[in-house]
Design a protein around this ligand. Structure first.
Ligand code: CP
Ligand code: NVA
Length: 309
């Protein structure tokens, strides 16, 4: 049977390569319209979006809210204290109530099951704005940034240095859809989820390496990527992790080892002096700010895709 087209955007590998590339190319088109100052393109006019945040955010909140507004719609921010999903009210009830008022839901939650439940019970599309498991909108923005700066995504070498977290899982799921050389260099015990590594490997199109040797790993990278060592929800482990992750800081010397073609990427927020040095972030080959801006453009195209607009 043909794979059913999902109403939601929850994991990159729910889509095939053609669809992912179609969304990214649409992002480039719509970005050009928005950057030109033209505000006549209002495909989401009259639509409303509920944005559920169980965790803090700058990029995700502002890029979704602004992007949805620029396309003609209205977005409602619901912070951790507003809904208290799963505590004040069950997730399946939240999903059905919001479906009555809104055209789309964007949610940032802790446990991945919450986004799956929202999607299951909502009659409207649900977009994953980060869970403990993955962060697909981020990796779509990263892929867009690579298209712009490297000219391609396929067959690039992306070396992620640090914690095998939600960002790594989304990279692995992208590697299941299009060919990449993806390396995760992390301390022992902080590897990404084994099942997700298996999904990426068994797709059979990408080269996937999980290693503890970051210096060897970064050689010849097109992208060196890092993220915080203690994610949201793990902040009480921050001091312990600082000890275990000794030596995994992305600094200018590591970027030098990566070679002249390597761009530095970071999903932000960054803790300078911890997982990345100030010098590495401020260097000319750092593309972290264009990357952050692309959150909005990638997500605009994702929203247009789920609306079929
Ligand atoms: N990169 C990212 O998702 O940033 P926020 O946590 O600020 O949304
Ligand atoms: N891994 C980080 C990503 C933040 C955008 C976290 O989950 O906190």
């Amino acid at each position: 049977a043909a794979k059913q087209i999902p109403k939601d955007f929850l994991h990159i590998n729910d889509f095939d390569k053609d669809t992912i590339m179609k969304i990214l190319n649409r992002a480039i088109e719509v970005k050009a319209i928005i950057k030109s100052g033209d505000r006549s393109f209002q495909p989401l006019k009259g639509k409303s979006m509920a944005m559920i945040f169980a965790k803090p955010s700058m990029r995700t909140r502002v890029s979704f809210e602004t992007g949805f507004f620029l396309l003609g719609g209205h977005a409602i921010y619901l912070g951790p204290d507003d809904i208290q999903m799963g505590k004040r009210e069950e997730t399946r009830d939240v999903a059905r109530v919001l479906s009555g008022y809104n055209d789309i839901i964007m949610a940032r939650v802790f446990t991945h099951q919450d986004i799956l439940d929202l999607a299951k019970y909502a009659s409207i599309p649900v977009i994953n704005g980060l869970t403990d498991y993955n962060h697909p909108c981020q990796i779509m923005a990263d892929a867009l940034t690579m298209l712009e700066h490297i000219g391609r995504i396929e067959n690039t070498k992306v070396v992620y240095v640090g914690d095998g977290n939600n960002i790594v899982h989304s990279w692995l799921l992208l590697a299941a859809v299009l060919p990449l050389h993806f390396v995760c260099a992390c301390p022992k015990g902080f590897e990404p989820d084994a099942k997700t590594v298996e999904i990426a490997r068994s797709a059979g199109i990408s080269k996937i390496e999980i290693t503890n040797d970051l210096k060897e790993a970064v050689k010849g990278a097109d992208v060196v990527y890092t993220d915080v060592w203690a994610s949201m929800g793990q902040k009480e482990e921050a001091e312990y992790r600082k000890k275990v992750f000794q030596g995994f800081t992305v600094d200018e010397a590591l970027m030098e080892m990566a070679g002249p073609n390597a761009f530095l990427m970071h999903c932000l927020p960054a803790e300078r002096g911890i997982e990345v040095t100030d010098g590495a972030i401020e260097a000319p080959n750092s593309i972290v700010f264009p990357q952050a801006e692309n959150r909005m453009h990638a997500q605009n195209a994702i929203m247009l895709h789920v609306f079929g607009a």
